[in-house]
Write a protein that binds this ligand. Structure first.
Ligand code: G
Ligand code: G
Ligand code: MN
Ligand code: NA
Length: 254
């Protein structure tokens, strides 16, 4: 079977699932949301990480139906959490460039929101800097349509692509996620520290909230907090968890 056919089968046979990585207010205490991360578990095989199939899913276009499933599943999970009495938290879903260019994205999001009845602002869509900068004039229209529905929009992997905050300000973005490559050496490398700190300051001056990803140590967390980073995500706080473990985690942290 081609990988495209295997992916099609994976979707039909429910071999895909989502793991959820909690995000926290910068104090590291209160969970503010989760990022949904795709996993593929073919029967009798080990878990296949997205790094090994996302590119192929994008190239073949399979990311469009897979991405629609991810949007639906993430919102259904949030519905279950809200119904279980958890305080409102955001669920963040990664979108690929291919999805952003697909005419049906806006419709898919509208349908998922209607079906699950979750407050639109609790759905966060993460779009990489390179995906929006690929065809900025097309991206801006899609993002505006999504924003009109009330969803939260985030730029993912910020700092790894080519864009300026001034340009990004033209997009209806709410959050900026500092790429983990700048967080990794934030204590040792003055350049990385300067990039993180000035990104936080500039983002704030433009009215954007900042999420730092890849926080792996207490010292990184402390430094980010000291410089006013709003939210944090990373292995130090929690790894991505299967739905059931994420539920237990969130119930303990509420
Ligand atoms: O979960 P992990 O760190 O292995 O994710 C690797 C990459 O796959 C990340 O860049 C992440 O954004 C991407 N990814 C994870 N889940 C999804 C998804 O549902 N859709 C898309 N488009 N990308 C995803
Ligand atoms: O590109 P994106 O930011 O969507 O990538 C998310 C990926 O980052 C997930 O696959 C997740 O497993 C991974 N990740 C999350 N937290 C950490 C961390 O603290 N350190 C590292 N190295 N990877 C992380
Ligand atoms: Mn992401
Ligand atoms: Na990222």
């Amino acid at each position: 079977l081609s990988i495209e056919a295997r992916l099609r089968q994976a979707l039909a046979r429910q071999e895909l699932s989502l793991h959820y990585q909690p995000q926290f207010a910068a104090d590291g205490e209160r969970a503010t949301g989760v990022e949904a991360l795709l996993r593929w578990q073919p029967p009798g095989e080990g878990m296949i990480e997205p790094a090994r199939f996302i590119t192929i899913a994008e190239e073949t276009g399979m990311i469009v139906p897979i991405g629609a499933w991810v949007l639906g599943e993430a919102c259904r999970q949030l519905r279950r959490w809200l119904d279980a009495g958890l305080p409102p938290l955001r669920v963040a879903v990664n979108l690929s460039a291919r999805q952003l260019r697909n005419a049906e994205l806006v419709l898919t999001v509208r349908e998922v929101l209607a079906e699950t009845g979750i407050p639109p602002q609790l759905l966060e869509l993460e779009i990489t800097e390179s995906a929006v900068m690929d065809k900025p004039e097309e991206a801006i229209q899609v993002l505006q349509a999504l924003k009109q529905m009330g969803v939260t929009l985030a730029i993912d992997d910020f700092g790894t692509g080519y864009s300026s905050l001034a340009y990004l300000k033209l997009f209806p973005i709410d959050h900026l996620k500092i790429d983990r490559s700048f967080v990794r050496d934030i204590e040792r490398d003055p350049n990385d520290a300067a990039i993180a700190v000035s990104t936080i300051a500039l983002a704030h001056s433009l009215g954007l909230r900042v999420v730092a990803e890849g926080v792996e140590t207490a010292a990184q967390l402390q430094m980010l907090r000291r410089h006013g980073c709003d939210e944090v995500q990373g292995f130090f706080l929690s790894r991505p968890l299967p739905a059931e473990a994420a539920t237990q985690f969130l119930l303990r942290r509420q």
